[in-house]
Design a protein around this ligand. Structure first.
Ligand SMILES: Cc1ncc(COP(=O)(O)O)c(C=O)c1O
Ligand SMILES: [Zn+2]
Length: 406
C-alpha cells in the first residue's frame, strides 16, 4: 500500500480506494484524499529543492518517477514593511505566488494533477479555466508529453490565451461564462475518459494548493499566522490551505490552528460566497452573469462555496468584497510599496486587506498573510486604464525631456 489511505466523501464519509474517481456514488459529495503519512520532521524538508515537491511525502503521488515538475513553488514570503507602514500593520507578509513558472498559484494544483494523470496512465489532460489554470495545465502537459484541452470563456484576457496556446494546448473558447465552460469540460472528460484536472481529478488537484500552507508555515519557521487573506473563485484554494495547516498539526510540525482566521476575498460583481456569508446563509446563490475586472475569480457557481462558508465558521473567519476601483487602486498600491505587480485577483486580496484594517478587524500586531496569486503581466490592458500613458518625445527635444526629470 502507498501513502494514500483512501478517498473519503466529505459529506457521508464513505471511503473509496484511491482511483481515478472524484465523486461519491451514494451522495455525490466530493472525495478528499486521506493519508498514512510517513514519519517526517522539520528537518526532512529543510535542505530540499526549492519547489513545492520538497513536500513529496505529503502529496498524493506514489512514485517520484511520475512527478511532472516545471519548478513551481517555494515562492517568496515577503515581509511587507512599506505596505504595512501605510496600513499601520507591523507584521504583514505577502505570499508572492505571482512568480511561479506560469505566473500564478495554479502551477501547484495543475502540477499535482498532471503528475497523477501520469501515474494513472491517462492519455490526455485538460481543464475548465478562468485563465490561469489554462496555462498551468498546458505547461505541465507540455512537460509531461500529454495532449491538453482547455475550456474557457472566450472573453478572458488575451495574454492568458496566448500563453496557453504557446504551450501547445488545444483551446476551446466557449461563448458563455466559466460555469458554461465547466459544464462542457465535465461532459467531455466523462465521455472521453481524459483527466480534466479541476473536475474529474479534483481530489488530487486540490492537494497541490495545500503547499501554500506548508510553505508559509515553513517560511515563518513553523509558526501559524493569525490572519490569512485568500482570493476566492471556486473556493478550492481556501479549503486546501485549511487542510494543509491541519495536516501540519497532525504531523506535529505546528502546534494548533484553532486561533487562525481565514478571510475570503471576492470581487464585487462575482461575490456569491461573500453574499451568503453576510446573510448568514449556509447555501450559495449562484451569480448568473459575473461582471468584474477580476476575471480569474469570475466563478458564479463556486464548486467549493458551501465548504468555504464552513471553513469561515470553523476558523472564526470573514468574507469581504472589493469593487473594480478598489481592486485597481490596490494593484497600484502593492506595486508602488512592495514592487510586486499583480493581476486583479491579487488586487482583490490587497483591497480586502485594506478594508479590514480600515474597519478595525485586523490588529496591528497580528501576523497577517496576504496571498497574491497571479501576475499583473496577464492583465495589463485593464490596469493601464488607470495609469497615465507615457508621451512620446522627439529625440531632439532634449530640453523638454530634461525638464521632465526633477
Ligand atoms: C490568480 C487566481 N487567484 C485565485 C483564484 C481562485 O482560486 P479558487 O478557484 O481555487 O478559489 C484563481 C482561480 O482561477 C486565480 O486564477
Ligand atoms: Zn457521500
Amino acid at each position: 500500500m502507498g501513502k494514500i489511505k483512501f478517498l473519503q466523501c466529505r459529506e457521508c464519509k464513505k471511503e473509496y480506494p484511491p482511483t481515478f474517481k472524484y465523486v461519491c456514488d451514494e451522495c455525490f459529495g466530493p472525495l478528499d484524499v486521506h493519508y498514512d503519512f510517513p514519519t517526517v520532521s522539520k528537518n526532512t524538508f529543510s535542505n530540499r529543492e526549492h519547489t513545492y515537491w520538497r513536500y513529496y511525502e505529503l502529496l498524493p503521488i506514489e512514485s517520484k518517477s511520475n512527478i511532472v515538475s516545471i519548478g513551481a513553488g517555494m515562492t517568496p514570503l515577503i515581509k511587507a514593511e512599506n505596505l504595512g507602514e501605510k496600513l499601520g500593520l507591523n507584521n504583514l507578509y505577502i505570499k508572492n505566488d505571482s512568480v511561479n513558472p506560469t505566473f500564478s498559484f495554479k502551477d501547484r494544483p495543475a502540477g499535482v494533477a498532471v503528475s497523477k494523470a501520469k501515474e494513472f496512465g491517462l492519455s490526455a489532460v485538460g481543464c475548465a479555466s478562468t485563465g490561469n489554470l489554462a496555462s498551468a495545465t498546458a505547461a505541465h502537459a507540455a512537460k509531461g508529453g500529454f495532449p491538453c484541452y482547455i475550456f474557457a470563456p472566450s472573453d478572458i484576457e488575451r495574454p492568458k490565451i496566448t500563453q496557453a496556446l504557446s504551450y501547445g494546448a488545444n483551446f476551446i473558447a466557449v461563448d458563455g461564462t466559466y460555469d458554461d465552460a465547466n459544464r462542457i469540460a465535465a461532459q467531455i472528460g466523462d465521455s472521453k475518459g481524459i483527466g480534466i484536472v479541476n473536475i474529474n481529478m479534483r481530489s488530487y488537484y486540490v492537494e497541490g494548493s495545500k503547499t501554500l500552507a506548508f510553505e508559509v508555515a515553513e517560511q515563518l519557521d513553523w509558526k501559524v499566522p493569525d490572519q490569512l487573506i485568500v482570493p476566492v473563485g471556486s473556493g478550492a484554494m481556501l479549503n486546501a490551505i485549511c487542510k494543509g495547516f491541519e495536516e501540519l498539526v497532525s504531523l506535529s510540525l505546528i502546534n494548533k490552528v484553532s486561533d487562525m482566521h481565514m478571510i475570503a476575498a471576492q470581487p464585487h460583481g462575482c461575490a456569491p460566497i461573500v453574499n451568503a456569508f453576510k446573510r448568514h446563509l449556509s447555501e450559495i446563490t449562484p451569480v448568473e452573469s459575473p461582471d468584474t475586472i477580476a476575471k480569474s475569480l469570475a466563478i458564479g457557481d463556486p464548486g467549493d462555496g458551501q465548504y468555504v462558508l464552513r471553513r469561515l465558521k470553523q476558523y472564526n473567519g470573514h468574507a469581504e468584497e472589493s469593487n473594480n476601483k478598489e481592486i485597481l487602486d490596490a494593484i497600484i498600491l502593492l506595486a508602488k510599496t512592495e514592487g510586486i505587480f499583480t493581476e486583479p485577483a491579487g488586487g482583490v486580496s490587497v483591497a480586502v486587506l485594506k478594508k479590514m484594517v480600515d474597519e478595525g478587524k485586523i490588529d496591528k500586531n497580528d501576523c497577517t498573510i496576504c496571498y497574491v496569486t497571479g501576475n499583473g503581466l496577464k492583465a495589463t490592458e485593464v490596469i493601464m486604464e488607470v495609469l497615465s500613458k507615457p508621451q512620446t518625445m522627439q529625440q531632439a527635444d532634449i530640453a523638454k525631456i530634461s525638464a521632465m526629470v526633477r
